[in-house]
Design a protein around this ligand. Structure first.
Ligand SMILES: NC(=O)c1ccc[n+]([C@@H]2O[C@H](COP(=O)([O-])OP(=O)(O)OC[C@H]3O[C@@H](n4cnc5c(N)ncnc54)[C@H](O)[C@@H]3O)[C@@H](O)[C@H]2O)c1
Length: 276
């Protein structure tokens, strides 16, 4: 038997993290597009890793449970890489909320039930949510603690209260951060840790869809004018994940690390500040 890593979302960020921390462990990679999961498994297995691909739809609890059961065939669940999602240019409002918001909450909840003592998880939210004003204590608490099956019935998430797909994405990512805090308290009871990374623009297929989507100029302007003056890479996200998931990160729990080349800082106080 081996320690098992559950890796949701066979994209570039997940791949960079899995390569960094996955050697010697059994890795189950789940993706709605099984061809993505198979492609990642092939790349990694040819490099000496032990990866099994599986079809997994993050918006379905049954599908998430199926991935967990598959993982448990090989050993105890020791790590979670939560890197599945859809972006504002890739899907309608309902899908973004069902996948990024509800699905993530279910994944963190279900893996929290089976994570072994000393286990670790990292979720990928987004700096996108950081450009949205504070929602207030009451809304934050609902996003953090509402039972998962009731989350999408919250008034603030009703279609009439969501302006567009970007707003849906920002609400999902805000919810992710709060949910990571809430779940980290539960994971902690089992001696396990859960944290979150909120990246800025990272060059991946998802970001390329954004560059070519209706907000393409907005995003290109964002990375050109942020203090770093460029987009980031998936490997840079993996640098942070490696710290959060390893012994150097032992005191991180329920944290969200913003890493966006300074885009949020500039949005509030620099060249990216919107015209008043
Ligand atoms: N790339 C960026 O600029 C950026 C910035 C901030 C946050 N993120 C977040 O990082 C995460 C990973 O994105 P990435 O940039 O690596 O993109 P990516 O396109 O390389 O990978 C995303 C993967 O998620 C999968 N996926 C989509 N819907 C799914 C579902 N319902 N169930 C299971 N899998 C599903 C896709 O098929 C894809 O393989 C996403 O949650 C994204 O919102 C990305």
């Amino acid at each position: 038997m081996k320690d098992v890593i559950l890796w949701a979302g066979a994209g570039q960020i997940g791949l960079a993290i899995a390569r960094r921390i996955g050697y010697g462990k059994k890795i189950i990679v789940g993706d709605k597009k099984i061809e993505n999961a198979k492609a990642m498994a092939e790349i990694m297995n040819s490099a000496g890793f032990d990866v099994t691909p599986i079809e997994m739809d993050l918006s379905s609890r049954e599908s998430i449970l199926n991935m967990i059961t598959e993982g448990q065939k090989y050993g105890e669940i020791a790590m979670l890489i939560s890197a599945a999602g859809v972006s504002p240019s890739q899907a309608p409002i309902e899908t973004i909320l069902k996948v990024d918001l509800y699905g993530t909450a279910v994944l963190l909840e279900e893996v929290g039930k089976v994570i072994k003592e000393g286990g670790v998880g990292v979720h990928i939210s987004s700096q996108s949510g950081w450009r949205m004003p504070q929602l207030g204590n009451e809304a934050d608490e609902l996003l953090a603690t509402k039972p998962t099956e009731e989350l999408l019935s919250l008034d603030m998430l009703k279609p009439e209260n969501i302006k567009d797909t970007l707003h849906a994405y920002q609400m999902a990512k805000r919810c992710n951060e709060k949910r990571v805090m809430y779940e980290a308290c539960k994971w902690g009871k089992k001696g396990a840790r859960l944290n979150d990374i909120a990246p800025g623009i990272i060059v991946t297929p998802l970001a390329v869809d954004e560059f070519n989507g209706p907000r393409g100029d907005f995003y290109k302007n964002m990375f050109a004018k942020c203090p770093a003056g460029r987009p980031g890479t998936a490997d840079e996200v993996a640098n942070v994940a490696e710290i959060l998931m390893g012994p150097a990160g032992a005191f991180f729990s329920g944290s969200t690390i913003l890493m966006d080349g300074g885009a949020t800082a500039s949005y509030y106080y620099g060249d990216l500040r919107p015209e008043q």
